[in-house]
Structure formats: C-alpha cells, structure tokens
Design a protein around this ligand. Sequence first.
Ligand SMILES: [Zn+2]
Length: 343
Amino acid sequence: MRLRILSGLGLLAAAASLTGCDSQPSTVKMADTKVDAAAKLKAAKVAKAQFAAKVKANELGQIPVLMFHRVIDKPGTTDDRTPQQFRADLERLVKEGYVPITATEMVTGKIDIPAGKHPVVLTFDDSSPSQLTLNEAGVPAPNTAVAILKDVAAKNPGFRPKATFYVTRDMFGKSAREEQAQVLLWLKDNGFDIGNHTRDHLNLRGRSHKEVEEQIGSIAKEIHSLSNINPTTIALPYGNQPSKREWALRGGKAYNHQGAFLAGYTPAASPFSKAFDPVGIPRIKVMEKKGDCKQFCSEAWLDWLKSNPDMRYTSDGDGSTVAYPKFKTPYLRKTFTQWSLPY
Ligand SMILES: [Zn+2]
C-alpha cells in the first residue's frame, strides 16, 4: 500500500517536474538549443574534415583544362586527334580518376564530383562537324567526339559525358539556321556547355575595343537567338588576349563572360585559389611528349600531376565545401572563406 502511494507520489512529482521544465524561461531553452545545434554543427564539421583528410582532398589544387580541335581519321595538324587517339585520351583520364566538368562549372566553382576524384575540363574549339554531327533522328554520328565521349562514359559509370564547345560562325558546318539551332539545342539538352570563340576566329591582339566587342558580342547574340543560351566563358582564338585583358569578357552591354581561356601551356589554378585569374585561364594542348610537346602538352602534364598529387585538385565529394590541407590556407580566395574546410 505504502509503496503504491509512494509510486503515485513519484508520478505526481514527475508530472510536476515536467510542468516545471515547461515553465522555464524561454530564453534559457533557446540558449540550450543553440548550444546543442552549435555542438552538432561543430561535430559534423570535424567529421567532414576527417573524411576530407582521409581522401586527401585538395580543392585548392590544379585542374587540367584540355584543348581539343578536330577528331578526324587523317590529322592535318598536331591540333587534331584521330578517333582512336581521342578514345585513348579519355581512357587514360578514366584510369587516373578524372571526372569531366564543364568550363562553366569550373569558373562558377560548382565542382560536384565524388570524393577522391579529380576534375578535368574537356574543351573543343572551332565548332567542327568532327566534334558533333547528328543524323535525322538526332543521334551523334559514329566517331565524332561527342559519340566517343558518350560511349566511354557509358562504359565507365561515374565518368560524366561533359564538355565545353567553343563556337564560331562555323557552327559545326551547318549553314541553315534551323540546322544550327538543332545542333546547339541538342548540346544544351544533353548537358553540354557552349562557349564563345568569337564570330570570325580573329586574332584579337591589337584590335580596337569596338572590334573586340563586335567579334564577341555578335556570336554571343547569334548563339542566344538560336538556342536561348548565354555563353558563360570564352576561348580566345590563338590564345591571344586583346590590348586590355578585361575586354575578353565583354561583348557589349548584353553579353558578359565569367572566364576567358587561353591556348597554353599549364594546368589551371582552382577557382577557389588566389592564383585563379578569370581573365586568363590556361589550357593544355592534347598531344604526346614529342617535339614542341615534350614538356607542355597533355601527356607531359598528366604525368606531372600523377607524380605530384599534392599539387592536383582532389575532391572531398561535398560540393558545398572547399576542403584542403591547412598548410595551404593562405591561398584560399577570400570569397570562399564561408565554405572553407581546412584539415
Ligand atoms: Zn580556334
């Protein structure tokens, strides 16, 4: 009996204490929740940093931006690749843990690839039909660059079929506006990126501001009217910058670019690094280690990045953070402080 009374009292006491808890000043409660949330956030950040360290993330590291031109059976210049060479180029990237991102994703810092992987940007200049020709059903012709890229991606899950096409008035060899629109829209619908390569492929060095604006603005306007795409980046013909480097980013009032790509000779800085220069982003010609390409083309640089992994961009798999070894902190661009994850 006593016991029962006691337990009854105990229940009452428990109920009272619950009420008591509820009647605590709300500021105390809020402070508690805040402390709790902050602790949780801190723990999550520690876990993220530990994971970043485990996969050796280095999101301030360098990114190879590869420059392709035509993909044809009988190369006319050392800029061209045969379909077999191009397939082998891609297979090497697969084997070494690279995942393609677009030039737009790179310059806007939207690099969302799995942990431990390295971004690579595949760029194609001059809008040649060897890069993309579609049949009447909208299927890329065999042995075009896009067909090979899609095939390699299908055989290697995780290797994204992403690339950036730098377009001139050549428009993949199409002259009818409807056909030009078909190719651009196909690229857009299939997740490819379209960039500006000036209307007439002019060397912009030494040209007047007006001429530079006209060359950049007129093709941007044309691309927009055909496909409703506003190119985010530009590749400068011959890699030559105009008298004022900043002119490369503007094609009149309506057309602005966030990055201008050159035609040589090193891997590019991470967009999160102070070394990143949006007005002059280097690219690498795709070529074996011979002749002029002994040191500064793709085979040489991919070898170098492979043997210098602490210089190469490696992802932590989290698109919302910028992870890197703490030692590299002084190189972080201020704009990305909020997302930084040093370890
Ligand atoms: Zn070109």
